[in-house]
Design a protein around this ligand. Structure first.
Ligand SMILES: C[S@@+](CC[C@H](N)C(=O)[O-])C[C@H]1O[C@@H](n2cnc3c(N)ncnc32)[C@H](O)[C@@H]1O
Length: 394
């Protein structure tokens, strides 16, 4: 026979817990003539059995039911599923902690945050000490703050010497230029990359071209391309960010942005850039869009991870109208435009395939190329020729 304090010591429970169990009928003490409660060996064993059931994750109520009648399989199954969910949540917490400490990939976390809260994601990256250029590249390219520098070094190695950094063709660019209602006197090209369109535009329009990018290597390539055509006097090159344009309001007749609006977010870019276009001026902008409502699951999954803001053309058009633009013309870039970009890129990658890469940059681009090979056509680059109109919810 045990007194309550002895039973508590043997079972590793408090006195008040035992009294509560007694109230629930899980143990049954007997009061002696001297007023003390005593408990039997059977009570102690009942407590051990109860503790075993609790170790399986059962609540006290479920334990009680198991002790008093046959095991209820349905409620045990329910408990098992609940436990699995708790384990999965804990594993996620663990993975995130390990990732934040640099012990595992941060990629799933960055991707989930980009889908759910892109603005907060960018702001948080800045808090972690990344400047704006790094933070934007991290969002769109490396997607892992722990391997960002190595990733970007590898990425730049793969893109070295390429003329185009996105799909485009001289035919598409010139067709758009010649279809504009009037030739722009002043034109700003945003995200000009290595200057392929800047050169074409300057060659085919009478006005002045300002070409802006925030990457020194790209600008050096653009400078060479411009000099090779003797166009130094016609194009001003500028190293600045598309998010903080160093110009006067309404300064340009036209803005031109191929394959770069997504970097600051398509809607945000169009909202902000409109301030630099004179009233009635033009914006030519290209954007990755869905061309089908029913993409293959693999393509949908890939783009959900890599560009969650991709939309069908119709949705972009209605947003453009809300932002104060009227669409004069729009079309999907030709397969040639993609070949001009992907062909040289694939050649560079093939030449580097035997070499060691410390980051996943080459593997990621290989995967992206596979997706393009299989699913291009379900999505594509769309070029919008827009006129800035007075109204719009800016
Ligand atoms: C996909 S590339 C497109 C380049 C070029 N328009 C073309 O089609 O070849 C995007 C360009 O935007 C530039 N870029 C990225 N972030 C930028 C920023 N915040 N401000 C200005 N340019 C930026 C990159 O350096 C790169 O040249």
């Amino acid at each position: 026979m045990y007194r309550i304090s002895e039973l508590a010591g043997k079972a590793g429970l408090s006195r008040s817990t035992l009294l509560y169990y007694e109230k629930l009928g899980l143990i049954a003490g007997r009061r002696q003539a001297n007023g003390y409660r005593v408990y039997s060996e059977q009570d102690l064993q009942q407590l051990k059995l109860l503790q075993q059931l609790q170790a399986a994750g059962l609540t006290l109520k479920e334990c009680q039911a198991c002790l008093q009648s046959r095991i209820d399989r349905a409620s045990l199954l329910h408990r098992l599923h609940a436990l699995d969910e708790q384990i999965a949540a804990k594993q996620q917490s663990r993975a995130l902690l390990a990732a934040l400490l640099g012990q595992a990939s941060m990629r799933p976390w960055h991707q989930a945050l980009e889908r759910q809260a892109p603005g907060a994601h960018l702001a948080w990256l800045r808090t972690q000490g990344f400047d704006e250029k790094q933070a934007l590249r991290l969002k769109w390219l490396s997607r892992d703050m722990n391997e960002h520098e190595q990733y970007m070094a590898d990425f730049e190695r793969i893109f070295e010497g390429l003329e185009r950094l996105g799909p485009g063709s001289a035919a598409d660019t010139l067709a758009v230029l010649h279809a504009l209602p009037a030739m722009p006197g002043t034109l700003l090209e945003i995200g000009c990359g290595r200057g392929v369109s800047s050169v074409l535009l300057a060659e085919h329009m009478p006005g002045r071209v300002t070409a802006l990018d925030n990457d020194a290597y790209n600008l050096a390539c653009a400078r060479q391309a411009i000099a090779a055509k003797g166009l130094q006097g016609r194009i001003d090159l500028l190293c600045a960010s598309m998010t903080e344009l160093p110009f006067m309001p309404g300064q340009f007749d036209a803005l031109w942005a191929e394959g770069c609006a997504y970097i600051m977010g398509f809607d945000d870019a169009l909202r902000y850039w409109k301030g630099f276009i004179r009233p009635g001026g033009l914006l030519v902008v290209s954007e990755l869009v869905w061309l089908t409502d029913t993409p293959h699951a693999e393509a949908a999954r890939f783009w959900r991870q890599h560009y969650p803001d991709m939309k069908p053309v119709e949705q972009r058009l209605s947003a453009l109208a809300r932002l104060g633009y009227s669409a004069l013309h729009h079309f999907t870039l030709s397969p040639q435009a993609w070949d001009n970009y992907l062909g040289p890129l694939a050649e560079n990658m093939a030449a580097l395939s035997g070499q060691a890469f410390a980051s996943s940059a080459l593997a990621d681009l290989t995967r992206e190329l596979e997706i393009h090979q299989q699913y291009l056509g379900e999505y594509g680059y769309h070029l919008f020729v827009l006129q800035a109109v007075a109204h719009g919810s800016l």
